[in-house]
Design a protein around this ligand. Structure first.
Ligand code: IMP
Length: 457
């Protein structure tokens, strides 16, 4: 009796209401500061699932996917869209800029990728990013001055702030013109006061804004629905669902390097609320991390390399923001940070990307711990950590404790099995895997779909 309450009988044709034992979903999340190469991996795996879901973030993301000779950068639409026959879902936790969404749909259509309401579902409860959110994002950054976050300027923070303040507008408001007008009028009364009186900027005109969004409702309405209900139904039918995290664990609003973070839960913790999908139905979680590390925008980055080495990494990895074009800050792999990200998100495995970008470095430093700068010289006992010190106000003040591994030469791009890698590259992978303590289930060695070594993914 107790067993059946706790576990339940298996689902079958005779007993369709029983709990399905197997969980068909897979979640992929960034395990660093974003830009880990998630777009390519999600696109690669999309071929094997039925549904791909975005559940947080907005057009601040830039997921690059290379199909043959074509390069696509997706900001809002899930990376499964480049596979015909898949359903792509923008969940209620996403901050949706409707103009960017239409621009992205039009851009895809121009390149022959036509996305209809069967292929894209948009949650009615997702909050929308409007002109005032983008304006306030920029104004708030100027206001912060030296303390600026270095946001993407896409209105993300102000939109989520309104959501929490319960003054936001949602997709369900956007698609009802009379309601949209009323709610936008109320929002602008407050936001114009902020723009004018605090930031000294010109106010927005309600009529001009209504004009800007005219036509959006009619175009988006066919895509809109209760995507949580749809996902739960598909799950009950046994369809395979892939949850696509945007940004990275260290940019998570709760677990990241606050305040230099984005405004959502970027990892597996964001899925239940952001997709309307029960957390006890989630299957395997897999993190994605580069063989080195990058960060865009401000904020602590202990293993950052300034100067020539950083520039060499940037050139080798083509490290320029997919959304803003900003040069990314570059540095070496930070083992405790990665361990923290994987542990926090319950990762059963992780994928190492861009191993090929390390070709030709004579030596590869890896961060294995931290110590307080100047600690020993000031006479006191040296403070040292070999786990991510999430309790400290500023990890950027710490110095990294390094270990150094031998580099390799040669081209990795054709490797499809571990044995195809140079010995030193194999040794690097094995060493990192052992130190991180979570299995590496795949290694990406180039931007194309098939440039991947799979080992249990
Ligand atoms: P926001 O998300 O635009 O508010 O920016 C907050 C921080 O997150 C900034 O440091 C951004 O550079 C960073 N960020 C936001 N989205 C991404 C992303 O997709 N990749 C990398 N960094 C990002």
């Amino acid at each position: 009796m107790l067993r059946s309450v706790l576990v339940g009988p298996p689902a079958s044709r005779d007993n369709p209401r029983a709990v399905r034992a197997e969980r068909n979903s897979l979640s992929l999340f960034g395990a660093q500061w974003g830009d880990e190469g998630k777009g390519k991996i999600i696109d690669h795996l999309a071929a094997e699932v039925d549904v791909v879901v975005r559940y947080q973030g907005g057009a601040n993301a830039g997921h690059t996917v290379v199909v043959g000779d074509e390069k696509y950068v997706l900001h809002l639409i899930p990376s499964g869209v480049l596979h015909p026959g898949k359903v792509n879902v923008i969940g209620g936790g996403v901050a949706v800029d409707p103009l960017k969404l239409l621009e992205e749909l039009d851009g895809l259509a121009e390149r022959g990728v036509h996305v209809g309401p069967d292929a894209l579902r948009l949650s009615a409860s997702a909050h929308v990013i409007l002109t005032h959110h983008r304006r306030i994002d920029g104004a708030a950054e100027r206001w912060r001055g030296m303390g600026r976050i270095g946001t993407t300027g896409r209105g993300i923070g102000p939109c989520y702030a309104d959501k929490a303040a319960r003054t936001g507008l949602r997709v369900c408001d956007l698609i009802e013109p009379a309601r949209f007008r009323e709610r936008l009028r109320a929002a602008l009364a407050e936001k114009n006061a902020l723009l004018e009186q605090v930031h000294g900027e010109a106010p927005l005109s309600l009529d001009e804004e209504l004009e800007r969004y005219a036509g959006v409702a009619d175009r988006l309405r066919p895509f809109v629905g209760d995507t949580g209900a749809e996902l739960r139904r598909w799950d009950a039918e046994g369809r395979r669902i892939l949850f696509e995290g945007a940004q990275g664990a260290l940019l998570d609003i709760d677990a990241g390097t606050y305040p230099f973070v984005t405004s959502s839960n970027t990892g597996t913790a964001g899925i239940a609320a952001g997709a309307g999908f029960p957390s006890n139905r989630l299957g395997r979680a897999v993190g994605i991390a580069k063989a080195y590390c990058t960060r865009v925008g401000e904020g602590p980055f202990p293993s950052e390399e300034h100067g020539e080495v950083g520039e060499r990494l940037r050139a080798a990895g083509g490290e320029y923001g997919a959304t803003t074009g900003r040069p990314r800050r570059c540095g070496w792999l930070d083992v405790p940070a990665l361990r923290y990200a994987l542990e926090l998100n319950g990762a059963q495995g992780w994928i190492m990307t861009k191993l090929d970008a390390l070709n030709g470095f004579e030596e590869i430093p890896v961060g294995v711990g931290y110590r307080r700068r100047g600690g020993a010289e000031s006479g006191g006992a040296e403070e040292r950590w070999d786990t991510w010190p999430a309790h400290l106000a500023d990890v950027g003040e710490l110095e990294v404790v390094w270990e150094r591994l031998p580099g390799w030469t040669g081209d990795l791009s054709g490797a499809r099995r571990l044995e195809d890698l140079p010995e030193a590259a194999r040794a690097y992978v094995a060493w990192v895997e052992e130190r991180v303590g979570t299995p590496i289930v795949a290694i990406s060695v180039g931007p194309a779909r098939d440039q991947i070594i799979r080992r249990g993914l």
